[in-house]
Ligand binder design. Structure first.
Ligand code: GLP
Length: 260
């Protein structure tokens, strides 16, 4: 596990963009997993900027979205499909046929989730899965208590999430109570898990996820079991970590092992 601490949110987004750029450079068909939320917005802006400067090409990128509300059409402004189109996909040269989404209105939910997992396998797995983190430690929509080996499936949103979403919908009946999400087991199989966090309000949960015990009560702590998990966080989000000095030292000395 690597913890990279940047001064501020802009630094977090820049670092994450360069990790993705690097991954794209080394693969002919890079497979990327994309989250929603506030945190990745700055990263998506950086990726669009790099694309406009000819520094990154999405022509052969394959994209998987991390989660989706059940019941919303892809064209609904609160759907995660809409979010991804609006904040990234429509601004770059990614091909429509290379975008794989969880469908919020699937005919058969279980079959849809199984075929999503199959599709990930068929393309050779996800190279870089970008993640945010909820204040309660959730990753994607794997709320506390989710099995650490869970796969893509239907989840019931917490009453807090449902209440928090109320203001985004005109009609209470429209507010989703269910979602589809990649599982923790699915995320653990990705080649790189790149978790971004910014701000003091994430510091408690980052400390638990990075330095606490691995527990289903803090789903992000499962990333301690990931073969290549990178936490890119700002000083504020890092403020609860005990081993900060070592993380900084390791980052400064990275790449020096062959030429000390
Ligand atoms: C939602 C999403 C997660 C996201 C989390 C944190 O629950 N399903 O994928 O990581 O929110 O969002 P934010 O980045 O806005 O704090």
């Amino acid at each position: 596990m690597e913890v990279i601490i940047k001064n501020d949110y802009d630094g977090v987004c820049m670092e994450a963009a360069s990790i993705i750029q690097e991954a794209c450079r080394h693969r002919s068909s890079p497979v990327l997993g994309f989250p929603t939320g506030k945190t990745p917005l700055g990263l998506y802006e950086k990726l669009i900027g790099l694309y406009n400067q000819g520094e990154i090409d999405f022509a052969s990128v394959m994209a998987f979205t991390l989660d989706e509300y059940v019941g919303l059409e892809a064209s609904h402004p609160q759907s995660f499909a809409y979010y991804m189109d609006n904040h990234l996909f429509r601004h770059v040269n990614i091909k429509g046929e290379n975008i794989f989404r969880l469908n919020g209105q699937p005919g058969n939910i279980e079959e849809h989730c199984r075929s999503y997992e199959r599709k990930i396998q068929e393309v050779g797995g996800i190279d870089v899965q970008i993640l945010g983190i909820g204040k309660n430690g959730h990753i994607a929509f794997n709320e506390p208590g989710s099995s650490l080996s869970s796969r893509t499936r239907l989840k019931i949103l917490t009453p807090e999430t449902v209440a928090a979403n109320r203001s985004f919908f005109q009609d209470e009946k429209e507010v989703p109570r269910f979602c589809l999400t990649m599982g923790i087991g699915t995320i653990l199989e990705t080649k790189t898990a790149l978790l971004l966090a910014s701000g003091k309000d994430k510091s408690g949960v980052i400390a638990k996820a990075v330095e606490g015990p691995v527990t289903a009560s803090v789903p992000a702590s499962a990333l301690q079991l990931h073969a290549r998990a990178i936490f890119v966080i700002d000083e504020a989000a890092a403020s609860g970590l005990t081993n900060k000095d070592y993380y900084r030292w390791a980052y400064e000395n990275k790449g020096r092992t062959l030429n000390p």
